[in-house]
Design a protein around this ligand. Structure first.
Ligand code: 15L
Length: 274
């Protein structure tokens, strides 16, 4: 199988941290990238790539950008907990524009979903990809909605999707929670390569985490892509011992700080969902 897609790849959120990693690594691998973001690209645009400033709320701009693309790596939008109205535009309307573009082009969508779509599951529970959505805020809710939108476009229009439920994608893990949730930049790049190049993927979820022994997560669709993580947070365990927060809500749930934001239950955790 060739290592270079036969059509250009649209990368949204190119000016963000993960978009920047993908723009650099995939360009270096010889891919033809169309980069876009609402803010300027912070570095020189890599060879073989073009950059267009666009707002995900602008459906016409997104349709134009996606013309002729075979895959959309959708890393754009609000990437942390924000007020509902802010999340609504980029993450809900914006995602609709991405799916309409994918439908028109017959393109595959690789969607940067998040662990915050399931963040209210307890850390003691090991989850498979078919677990219930339990969003831990408006941001996580938009990611759950995004996965559902992708499913709808798969069943109704045959648009393929890979939803990467990204854990904590940073240069290195920085607390005990991330010993479970960390995804290395290199594992992310390799995952996006496989999600783009795999012959047929249908529609499925991948847990976006490296090979962490303490992972909260189990089964997913990785076999269909031929991807397995190569890095691990395990070697950081010694230096991170004690790197925990003092908030019992943050420590109880997989989403960490996010479930604890604006938490206002007075009577302790709820009973499990029926
Ligand atoms: C995310 O989805 C965020 O984009 C990132 O900033 C981290 O908060 C990460 O999740 C995490 O849960 O560690």
């Amino acid at each position: 199988m060739p290592d270079i897609p036969n059509k250009p790849v649209l990368l949204t959120g190119a000016s963000g941290a993960l978009g920047g990693v993908l723009a650099r690594d995939l360009s270096a691998a010889g891919w033809t990238l169309r980069l876009t973001d609402i803010v300027p690209f912070p570095d020189p645009v890599p060879a073989g790539a073009s950059f267009t400033r666009a707002d995900l709320n602008d459906g016409v701009a997104i349709l134009r950008l996606a013309e002729g693309c075979g895959t959309i790596l959708h890393f754009g939008g609000v990437s942390c907990e924000r007020p509902f109205e802010e999340v609504l535009g980029a993450n809900i309307r914006g995602l609709y524009h991405i799916y309409e573009a994918a439908r028109r082009e017959g393109a595959r969508v690789v969607f940067a979903s998040s662990n915050h779509s399931i963040g209210f599951h307890e850390r003691a529970d090991k989850l498979d990809a078919d677990c219930a959505f339990l969003p831990d805020g408006y941001y996580g809710l938009s990611k759950a909605y995004g996965e559902l939108m992708g499913r709808m476009y798969w069943y109704k229009h045959g648009v393929e999707s890979i939803f990467i439920r990204i854990g904590s994608c940073f240069p290195a893990p920085v607390n005990v929670r991330m010993l479970s949730t960390w995804l290395s930049y290199d594992d992310l790049t390799r995952l996006c390569v496989r999600a783009t190049l795999a012959a047929r993927v249908g529609c499925g979820v991948i847990w976006g985490a490296s090979a962490n022994q303490r992972s909260f997560w189990g089964e997913d669709a990785r076999a269909a892509l031929g991807w397995a993580p190569e890095d691990s947070a395990d070697s950081f365990a010694g230096q991170l011992a004690g790197a925990v927060s003092s908030d019992p809500v943050a420590e109880r749930y997989q989403g960490g700080d996010y479930p604890a934001m604006e938490y206002s239950r007075k009577d302790g955790p709820p009973e499990k969902l029926l």
